[in-house]
Design a protein around this ligand. Structure first.
Ligand SMILES: Cc1cc2nc3c(=O)[nH]c(=O)nc-3n(C[C@H](O)[C@H](O)[C@H](O)COP(=O)(O)OP(=O)(O)OC[C@H]3O[C@@H](n4cnc5c(N)ncnc54)[C@H](O)[C@@H]3O)c2cc1C
Length: 570
């Protein structure tokens, strides 16, 4: 008893000076003594308590994509016991191809993703990732001139010269996994599929996937015994599951059985297919290059290339090997027509995306359309993103979005930073975690919904807006104000989304407010003075002729008002 009182005293008095000592004496978490102490508010704030609780937090990260790998890093840096379970094999193994993507796909990495990785505590990691990216300063809009010549028009992303980065998704993922694997409190389990989770009993079940044997030379599958082929299931205990298992998340599916989760998924009427523009080297002599080609790239390496069209678009992002990862986005009916008549693909490209098939090469174009998958685009919104203190979903699992803002992965990485900011603001206990997850959902679900909507709206901007005079006028005015009158706080929506860490929901509100000010300003500076002048001239005419009828006298009175308004503005 004396010992207990002493320990208790040591804990609640100058906490920091005693914490190491207290950790040594702290009763086990399961003991009744611990539970009695843990109700005391001073005790709950003590470093010793946090350390003791932290040490034993067992965290399962499901999915080792970019978001899962960064989540594991954040969790491990807090001293948690982290186990990562990934359905597929280790992507660092050359033979593994990521789901839905070819081996190497390039994505746009921007401020939110970079900022989240910097906050992981691995400064060198970010530098290593950025070292292997290519800056993209703007969009290059491709088209056709009146004489049938191919045209290129560069549109800078940001008046302050900021840029986004073309990054190899697989490479980014590998660097994150290397960093995670180097930490002693992380275990990586590949070929493990989550098949069930009980968020109250805190148990999860995983199937150990049977690694496929390589094909034999004659194409026959190597013989495996029935026993070998049957997946084994294992049961794992946890304190917290971080569900980073992508759009078709199992973590989310099982969480829905425990929490009243609102869920909405939408497939847009657009499919996508990947293509590659090869490097401009003598090994591809038939390939044409564009005027902006340089350094062995078939077209400008420092732009995100867009071939806009009414309901379809083709884009290209540069890669370090001087090729471009390209994507065709088009309605499902267009894909169906091309699939039924594959020989028309070159003519289709010539008609809709002038110059693109010349950069790819017609044979490769046909082959890639036939070989690469034609995939749907899904948009997911759900709420809440968590269940009590035991489960939370992040990344595509919580908010898969269409890729037109280049924010899917960036938003997922930002989820991780925001989540741990909320968890860090509370004690590292089950109750603290529960409070942290609640405030996380409250903040993040709204932002996830907003970026989903902005991403959908950006499809219009990319395939039509980039040529709309009104869109370009607004961009110019906002950039002018941002550059010359920064105190107005004006900035384009694109720069707020891609070059800042402002909450997505605040971005949407600020941009809507800016829009109202601009419209008001345009009305004030153009329409009102014009009306004022017109009314003034009518009034003068009426006065001069002195033949006005009653109705025109009334109008003349109004004219007087407009005259004064007109004079204020001119
Ligand atoms: C065409 C296209 C272009 C894009 N361009 C961009 C861009 O420019 N910029 C950008 O920021 N984003 C972009 N995105 C979005 C981006 O690819 C995703 O948002 C990002 O990959 C999501 O990462 P994630 O880790 O949440 O999920 P994923 O990358 O899907 O990873 C989920 C992981 O979980 C694993 N898994 C699944 N089920 C289980 C299970 N039951 N058990 C265990 N493991 C499981 C999967 O194998 C996978 O490794 C694009 C997407 C597409 C389709």
């Amino acid at each position: 008893m004396t010992a207990c009182i002493f320990v208790f005293w040591a804990i609640i008095h100058p906490v920091h000076s005693h914490s190491a000592f207290v950790v040594l004496l702290l009763p086990s978490r399961s003991s009744s003594l611990y539970s009695a102490f843990s109700r005391h508010p001073e005790f709950r704030r003590s470093e010793a308590y946090v350390m003791a609780a932290t040490k034993t937090t067992k965290c399962l990260v499901v999915g080792a994509g970019p978001v899962g790998a960064l989540s594991a890093l954040y969790a491990a840096r807090r001293g948690w016991d982290v186990e990562v379970y990934e359905l597929r094999g280790d992507l660092r193994d050359e033979s593994i191809t990521p789901l839905n993507f070819t081996k190497s796909i390039n994505l746009a990495l921007s401020e939110r993703g970079i900022h989240a990785m910097r906050h992981s505590g691995s400064e060198k990691l970010v530098d290593a990732i950025l070292d292997e990216t290519i800056p993209m300063y703007g969009r290059m809009i491709h088209g056709e001139g009146k004489t049938g010549n191919f045209t290129e028009e560069s549109q800078q992303y940001d008046v302050h010269g900021r840029y986004i980065h073309a990054v190899d998704r697989a490479n980014l993922n590998k660097l994150l996994l290397d960093e995670v694997e180097a930490l002693p409190n992380v275990k990586l389990h590949f070929n493990h599929k989550l098949t069930g989770a009980d968020y109250i009993q805190k148990k999860a079940w995983f199937e150990q996937q049977v690694a496929r044997k390589p094909q034999t030379a004659d194409g026959a599958q190597a013989q495996q015994s029935q026993l070998d082929q049957r997946a084994k299931e294992i049961e794992i205990d946890f304190d917290l599951i971080l569900g980073c298992d992508g759009a078709h998340s199992s973590v989310r599916y099982h969480m829905m059985k425990f929490v009243r989760m609102n869920y909405e998924q939408t497939y847009i009427d657009t499919l996508w297919c990947e293509f590659t523009i090869p490097p401009a080297t003598p090994s591809f002599p038939s390939q044409r290059t564009s005027p902006s080609s340089k350094d062995g790239f078939a077209t400008s390496p420092n732009h995100l290339h867009i071939w806009p069209n009414s309901d379809k678009m083709f884009i290209a992002i540069p890669s370090l090997d001087k090729s471009f990862t390209c994507t065709l986005f088009a309605p499902a009916s267009t894909f169906a027509a091309l699939e039924s008549q594959p020989e028309t693909i070159s003519a289709f490209f010539r008609e809709n995306f002038p110059g693109a098939s010349e950069l790819i090469g017609e044979d490769r174009l046909r082959k890639q359309f036939a070989t690469n998958p034609h995939l749907p685009l899904i948009s997911i919104k759900c709420h809440p993103h968590h269940f009590t203190s035991t489960g939370v979903i992040l990344g595509d699992a919580a908010h898969a979005m269409v890729p037109f803002y280049g924010q899917g992965m960036n938003a997922g990485l930002e989820d991780v930073r925001v989540l741990f900011q909320h968890l860090d603001a509370h004690p590292a206990t089950a109750e603290g975690r529960r409070a942290g997850l609640e405030t996380y959902t409250a903040e993040r679900a709204a932002d996830a919904h907003t970026i989903n909507d902005l991403a959908l709206a950006n499809y219009w901007e990319m395939h039509a807006g980039v040529r709309s005079p009104l869109y370009l006028l607004r961009k110019q005015v906002e950039e002018f104000l941002s550059d010359k009158l920064p105190s107005t706080g004006f900035a384009t929506q694109y720069s707020r989304v891609s070059f800042s860490n402002q909450r997505y929901s605040e971005v949407a509100e600020t941009v809507a407010r800016q829009g109202r000010i601009l419209v008001g300003g345009m009305l004030g500076s153009v329409v009102v003075p014009a009306l004022g002048w017109a009314a003034w001239w009518v009034w003068r005419y009426q006065n001069a002729s002195r033949t006005g009828v009653a109705a025109t006298k009334g109008f003349a009175g109004l004219g007087g008002v407009f005259e004064r308004v007109g004079r204020w503005f001119t």
